[in-house]
Write a protein that binds this ligand. Sequence first.
Ligand SMILES: Cc1cc2nc3c(=O)[nH]c(=O)nc-3n(C[C@H](O)[C@H](O)[C@H](O)COP(=O)(O)OP(=O)(O)OC[C@H]3O[C@@H](n4cnc5c(N)ncnc54)[C@H](O)[C@@H]3O)c2cc1C
Length: 497
Amino acid sequence: MAAAAMSRFFNDGQRTITLIESDAIGTVGVGEATIPPIRNFNAMLDISENEFLRATRGTYKLGIEFVNWGKRGDRYFHPFGTYGQDFHGIQFHHLFLREYARGHSPGEIGEFSMSTMAARSGRFARPAAGAKSLVSQIAYAYQFDASLYAAFLRNLAERQQVRRKEGRITDVRRDGETGDIHSVRLEDGSEVEGDLFIDCSGFRGLLIEDALETGYEDWSHWLPMDRAIAVPTASPGPPEPYTRSTAHSAGWQWRIPLQHRTGNGHVFSSNFMEEDEARDTLLANLDGEPLQDPRTLFFNTGMRRKAWNHNVVSLGLSSGFIEPLESTSIHLIQNGIARLFALFPDNPISPLERDEYNRGMRELYEDVRDFIILHYKATQRGDSEFWRYVRDMEVPDSLARKMELWRLHGRVFRENAELFTAPSWIAVMLGQNIWPDAYDAIADTLDEAKIAAAMRQMRDAYRDTAARLPSHEEFLRQSGGWHDAPPPAFTPQAAAR
Ligand SMILES: Cc1cc2nc3c(=O)[nH]c(=O)nc-3n(C[C@H](O)[C@H](O)[C@H](O)COP(=O)(O)OP(=O)(O)OC[C@H]3O[C@@H](n4cnc5c(N)ncnc54)[C@H](O)[C@@H]3O)c2cc1C
């Protein structure tokens, strides 16, 4: 991603970009679900949506269905996009809460979300720009094969004159005076010098940590997940336009439908569950034939103390990791790239600009962290040691404040450039049975009968509009995003990961 994006803007004759990768090491290879800003990243690179979907065997994603989170047996949908329509500047959810409080049974909040209603019926259409139709409220991202996306971007980068070097970096040389990275040496003895190094070396953080010893802030007391067991399965039917997350007794299982297979994985905490049990739980909850042996991935939730240190910008797993519950990692990379472009340095690097980058990345990471913790804290489950731990744990002050503001009068505010906006917070709080004590009294200033009628009309309109959309697979095929050829075989590199 970094090489492809940099080659789009900075391969201008004055600078050269070298991409170093090692097939022997390979990539982590998972990371199949995303959030809507990926569309901006692809657009920045002039990538055609259909070409991208065909190349990555991708599907559309309208949100995430959460199963067993608030209580066992519960099910709710966290959609992309908004809920309903505000009235006279009064937020829709206050009207919804008012209807509930007055016993008018407005239905579920999901019935007022275009993305939810389309997802529930397995349908999809792209939002019609500027149209009055409710279809314009659809917001979407993608589910795809991460290895194929990496290959697609590598080709793009190479077409844009990025020089790719295959080989393992075995040594890093620092400048004796400044402490900056001067060059990296590869196994074959060659050396690559650079002014700016982007460390995309994965969890290890070859430059940012091994060489610069930047330090890591550990968040595992709030997010105790530290392992995932992943296994792809054959598709049981047409792909759904959404990801599913099913909570188990010490973690949760993802299900991500692609064109040619389904991605599955069990994210769990080794403090609360043995690996054998986690594997058995995963295998017992699949709805298709496994295509590979399950493999275990290890991680540690937290972030690098500085994402940019000296002349090294860490991106991806080398800069930190927050479990994939809301599919945010690829976004954190793409946001890091966009932020780096906005603060692209001269030589020498300005410490002020570097600090600004680090400030912004920290804010983004902490906001995402809080939103993920919410899913665990806002539970009524107490059926295992794990659920009792997360239900009763102290959460960061920033999250405690947000939860209390919601509990008092259903208030949610977007702070700074927060990634997850009010509808996301509302989806998870209501979905996990956290109802506020009261709604905003301003909602009482509107005529009761008028609002009740408008709510009914709105609900019918979302339902009827969803029913008229094409099925997800039909849309993919008709619009040119479906790849008819058999799926690519797993490469030896992928198998070795
Ligand atoms: C269980 C799990 C589930 C995930 N699910 C999602 C998801 O649904 N959505 C999402 O957005 N993200 C998800 N992610 C995150 C996503 O997988 C990563 O953000 C993404 O794959 C990027 O990884 P990376 O490039 O930082 O690291 P890696 O994939 O580990 O790549 C590291 C690269 O560095 C190279 N390298 C390393 N050391 C050397 C060396 N010494 N010499 C030369 N080259 C070297 C390797 O060859 C490789 O190319 C998930 C992650 C995990 C662990």
